[in-house]
Ligand binder design. Structure first.
Ligand SMILES: [Fe+2]
Length: 273
């Protein structure tokens, strides 16, 4: 599997790509091309062009969850891909298109609702895991089993005409079954990075973890949350760590005391066996 970071909060020194506080990855595996999240704006298209990637050639568009820093690029993508969108399977949790708001920020959810999305893409919305290729799986709804993650709502969500605190039940991730263990590819980990890893292990029937990449949702995290996350990571066999996006500097410093962290930025290319 080859994973190219199209968009991240960071850039890498001497590599001239655009960045924004958002996520978009391009994944090539088993002769399929997967676009995982589309960032906040159109820069994923611009960076892809600079990297020699044509994002309209995607077989799948996977959305990690329905926040605008992961889905804001849908409109520019529709404009760019034109009729090609009909050939692209959009995979996401069914609640990724609910209206979401955050006090002081207004609407923070996907700009297009499910019905509109279905007019452009071949939509496959699922709470259950979906194997996109022989070795790459969209995890669907993540069971929240531990006592320290996914406790705080992120603004409000409108479902069936009712407004309620949003625990981002639509938050999901991808898992790749590599020869060296699983690779977990997260968007924002609102469901908890430990919960995601546990479920990914379960779905793949594998204990070994080759890499975890993405936002770990450790943003102004309480000390106890950081400690329990570190304890959890210590209990696993994890070879590589690529925390980014919504993993803040303090979390990286704390994680870095225990684990060999690697830098992530727009343009980073990772190859997995
Ligand atoms: Fe995010």
């Amino acid at each position: 599997m080859k994973l190219t970071v199209l968009v991240d909060n960071n850039t890498i020194i001497d590599q001239y790509y655009y960045a924004e506080p958002a996520v978009s990855y391009w994944i090539e595996i088993d002769n399929k091309k997967i676009l995982f999240d589309v960032g906040y704006s159109d820069i994923f298209i611009k960076n892809a062009q600079l990297l020699g990637i044509d994002v309209k050639e995607a077989d799948y568009l996977v959305l990690s969850h329905g926040h605008i820093d992961h889905t804001g690029g849908i409109e520019p993508y529709i404009d760019y891909a034109g009729k090609k969108t009909k050939d692209i399977s959009l995979v996401a949790h069914p609640l990724a298109f609910s209206r979401k708001t955050y006090e002081g920020f207004g609407d923070i959810g996907t700009r297009k609702r499910q019905k509109e999305i279905e007019t452009y893409f071949n939509a496959h919305l699922s709470k259950k895991p979906v194997w996109l290729t022989e070795n790459l799986c969209f995890l669907g709804e993540i069971p929240r089993k531990n006592d320290f993650e996914a406790k705080e709502p992120v603004g409000m969500v409108f479902e069936n005409g009712k407004k309620k605190p949003d625990v981002v039940v639509d938050d999901s991730a991808l898992v790749y079954r590599s020869g060296k263990g699983i690779v977990v590819i997260a968007g924002c980990s609102h469901s908890g990075i430990a919960n995601i890893i546990e479920y990914a292990k379960n779905v793949c029937g594998s204990e070994k973890i080759s890499d975890i990449i993405g936002g770990f949702h450790l943003l102004n995290a309480q000390k106890v949350v950081l400690e329990k996350t570190i304890d959890y990571f210590k209990s696993c066999e994890i070879m590589d760590f690529h925390p980014c996006h919504c993993t803040d500097l303090n979390a990286k410093i704390e994680l870095g005391k225990h684990f060999p962290l690697q830098e992530v930025g727009s343009g980073l290319i990772l190859n997995y066996a």
